[in-house]
Design a binder for this molecule. Structure first.
Ligand code: PLP
Length: 374
């Protein structure tokens, strides 16, 4: 029998899988709670008012039949999505998966392998880079232009070559909170060659209120090679359920559906997603609260002297006057969990999620203490 241990001449490990920068999610409340008493979690951009009550009721009902397989496909949720988009899109233009992150994985697996390339603009969400690496693709980083984290359009277009398949753009962007004006999206889409697909991650779109903000919708409707990424983790408050979707041209959606497993969504997620889309009251309450509290936080942070970037998301990027890990620890001592984001390409910066007024006031009180002493 052949010996396939580590001395073997045949290397069974893919050379591009020795990841040097693994993704570590934010800590859970349970991990931290052992250390302190009263704690506000402002570290993972979660919904400050909880989960959609309609989704919770649907989950409770669905729990009764756990012995039965769920729907074989995501068709019922896709139909609900088409209704949610006022039938401006066909249900065959949607693809559903277990989280926005998994939809990204499907796209990356479908379009890239060794020899292919993608473009990202750091600081941004780490998952694009992480999963592209799994496929052995080359990642070209065209950083956002400081100090205001503006997209380097010419730099991006200059990086495109025959091997480029995906361009990842995020609006509003995590962790900077910045957005891409419609005019810039128009320019990029007009000038991208046909073999490059624009993946526009808009999971925070409900919170954007800039006049020239745009989602992928008008481009997809116009038949452009654009994919709009969405998640149920933020506005619908269903982060624990792991549900996400994207919409695109029917051709791209059909192509990607070929690598979706049967029974891709579990019964609880499927029913929760359908119910959440119809929970307009909850969506409105979430959006109203985030916008109001975001304005409050930005005004108060200015008074304290916190260096931050104005945000279109449900979080604010800050640059504390000390090493980010030290700042994180001080905030934790004062009962507030925040997220250092050097792994997202923003060294020295910390992201703070918008919470309820009570959580935000706790956060501001902690900031006052830290800034007065530094
Ligand atoms: C920009 C962005 N895209 C996608 C996601 C993925 O969300 P989920 O995998 O929870 O659906 C997140 C989560 O934080 C995000 O910030």
């Amino acid at each position: 029998m052949e010996n396939h241990d580590t001395d073997s001449k045949i290397n069974i490990f893919k050379k591009y899988l020795n990841v040097d920068n693994p993704y570590k999610g934010g800590k859970t409340l349970a991990e931290i709670k052992a250390q302190t008493h009263k704690l506000y979690k402002l570290s993972s951009n979660e919904n400050p008012i909880g989960a959609s009550p309609k989704a919770v009721a649907a989950i409770q009902k669905a729990v009764q039949n756990l012995h039965l397989y769920p729907d074989r496909t995501d068709a019922r949720l896709r139909t609900a999505l088409a209704t949610f988009y006022n039938n401006e899109l066909d249900e065959n233009q949607f693809v559903v998966a277990n989280s926005g992150s998994e939809t990204l994985e499907l796209i990356i697996r479908a379009f890239m392998s060794e020899g292919h390339e993608c473009i990202i603009s750091n600081p941004t969400f780490l998952i694009y880079q992480m999963i592209s690496k799994w496929q052995g693709a080359k990642i070209n980083d065209v950083p956002l232009l400081e100090p205001n984290f503006i997209l380097d359009i010419e730099g991006i277009l200059a990086k495109v070559n025959d091997n480029t398949r995906l361009l990842f753009l995020t609006s509003p962007n995590n962790p900077t909170g910045t957005y891409i004006p419609k005019e810039d999206l128009d320019t990029i889409i007009e000038r991208l060659p046909d073999h490059v697909i624009l993946v526009l991650d808009e999971v925070y779109y409900h919170f954007a209120d800039a006049e020239d903000y745009a989602t992928a919708l008008p481009y997809v409707k116009a038949g452009k090679q654009v994919i709009g990424i969405n998640s149920f983790s933020k506005t619908y408050g269903l982060a624990a359920m792991r549900i996400g979707y994207f919409y695109t041209t029917e051709k791209i959606a059909n192509y990607i559906h070929q690598i979706c497993k049967p029974f891709i969504l579990n019964k609880l997620s499927l029913e929760a997603g359908i119910a959440a889309l119809g929970d307009t009251e909850f969506i409105q309450a979430t959006v109203d609260l985030v916008k109001k509290e975001r304005a409050y936080m930005e005004a108060e942070m200015k008074k304290i002297g916190v260096h931050f970037w104005p945000s279109q998301g449900n979080f604010i990027l800050t640059k504390p006057p000390m090493e980010e890990k030290v700042f994180e620890a001080k905030m934790l001592d004062l009962g507030v969990m925040v997220r250092p984001v050097s792994a997202f390409g923003a060294p020295g910066c910390v992201r703070i999620t918008i919470g309820t007024r009570e959580a935000n006031d706790a956060c501001l009180a902690a900031l006052v203490k830290i800034y007065q002493k530094s």
